[in-house]
Design a protein around this ligand. Structure first.
Ligand SMILES: Nc1ncnc2c1ncn2[C@@H]1O[C@H](COP(=O)(O)OP(=O)(O)O)[C@@H](O)[C@H]1O
Ligand SMILES: [Mg+2]
Length: 341
């Protein structure tokens, strides 16, 4: 079935209020999008679907039945997480220095080859901290780990957990870890530093200690085949004892010239779009130093789109060539906006 057929079915079942068939076609479209490498679209659809299911409480369940309790528990749990997803990303989607890529590859290997390590009674690294400036691939790296290991990943909404009632934070954390280990999911805690905010939310100084202690315990009792990924751009905010518990500690930094070059190639999809010539690439790479991968990619994609529009308007038929002047001015604007000299 083509994606247009799927979209027609979605319209039809949606209008007919036929929820079961609507869900099944949506899932088909998600699978189809993954297969055709429209990963972002697939992830977005997945989260729309999940949000829809979360809000849909219209159908009746018998009070006291198993499904009633499951639903209560699921609803409570869903409020604590942002997403539950699978990913098709791999390490090839990530640009980083050799050391970081090697460490990530080894971390993944430990889980792919856990049998061997177990045979020799060796521990498996399963707690990894990703830190560094925003837009340099912490979230992307976590998707790549999930994608390489083909595991579900739970993205934890730390903000929601921490701002809840006094004493609840520890309970919430424990709940998430229990569920994740039961379902063999990766736990991804983004903005890990917001644990430090417990201090601001609560008058009780014991609360912060309690939360950190809970976290330490959860870390210590995390089963070997479970994985915890934490990300932060404020590593300094983290408690030392907590920091020490991570098996792997990686900094994802701003790109240097070579890495900017790699990012450009990746974004130009190895020839789907072109840059005019080598010397312009060199000069614009220098221009882009200081910006994050995210900013560089964003400005390049905008420039690509504008160049395509230009070609269409001028009725030029060719592999789109990025208008470097446009890209340069976008980079300058971005730098000004972010106060980068
Ligand atoms: N190291 C990188 N390699 C390739 N693309 C990157 C990298 N870092 C960021 N990007 C691009 O920017 C987007 C946002 O990055 P993200 O992983 O969310 O950054 P962070 O979590 O560190 O703030 C990514 O989805 C990707 O498109
Ligand atoms: Mg992120």
């Amino acid at each position: 079935m083509s994606q247009f057929d799927l979209i027609k079915d979605i319209a039809k079942f949606g209008l007919e209020n036929d929820q079961d068939r609507l869900l099944s076609v949506l899932n088909e479209l998600i699978e189809y999008s993954k297969k055709t490498k429209k990963i972002n679209f697939a992830l977005q659809l997945q989260s729309i679907l999940k949000e829809g299911l979360r809000q849909n409480t219209s159908s009746l369940t018998k009070v006291g039945s198993d499904s009633y309790y499951n639903r209560l528990e699921d609803k409570e749990f869903n409020d604590l997480i942002l997403e539950k997803l699978t990913s098709d990303y791999t390490l090839n989607n990530l640009v980083a220095n050799e050391n970081v890529k090697e460490e990530l590859a080894l971390f993944i290997k430990e889980h792919k080859s856990s049998d061997i390590l177990r045979k020799f009674d060796l521990p498996i690294s399963n707690k990894i901290l990703l830190h560094g400036p925003s837009g340099c691939g912490k979230t992307l790296a976590s998707y790549a780990i999930a994608g390489e290991l083909k595991k579900m990943m739970i993205v934890v909404n730390l903000g929601a957990i921490v701002s809840s009632k006094l004493g609840e934070t520890s309970k919430n954390l424990a709940k998430i870890f229990r569920k994740a280990t039961a379902e063999n999911c990766i736990v991804f805690i983004d903005e890990f530093d917001s644990l430090g905010k417990v201090r601001d939310y609560s008058q009780d100084h014991g609360e912060m200690k309690r939360v950190v202690n809970t976290m330490l315990q959860l870390f210590d009792y995390l089963p070997q085949d479970s994985i915890l990924i934490a990300a932060t751009n404020q590593k300094d905010m983290l408690d030392d004892a907590l920091l020490r518990r991570f098996d792997v500690n990686l900094k994802l930094d701003l790109p240097n010239e070579r890495q900017i070059g790699e990012l450009i190639n990746l974004t130009l999809k190895n020839g789907h779009f072109n840059l005019p010539d080598k010397s312009t690439i060199k000069s614009i790479t220098k221009e882009a130093l200081g910006l994050s991968y995210f900013s560089i990619q964003k400005t390049l994609i905008t420039a690509i789109k504008r160049s395509i529009f230009e070609d269409v308007e001028n009725q030029v038929l060719r592999v789109p060539v990025v208008d470097v002047k446009v890209w340069k001015s976008l980079i300058t604007t971005e730098k000004i906006a972010l106060h980068i000299p």
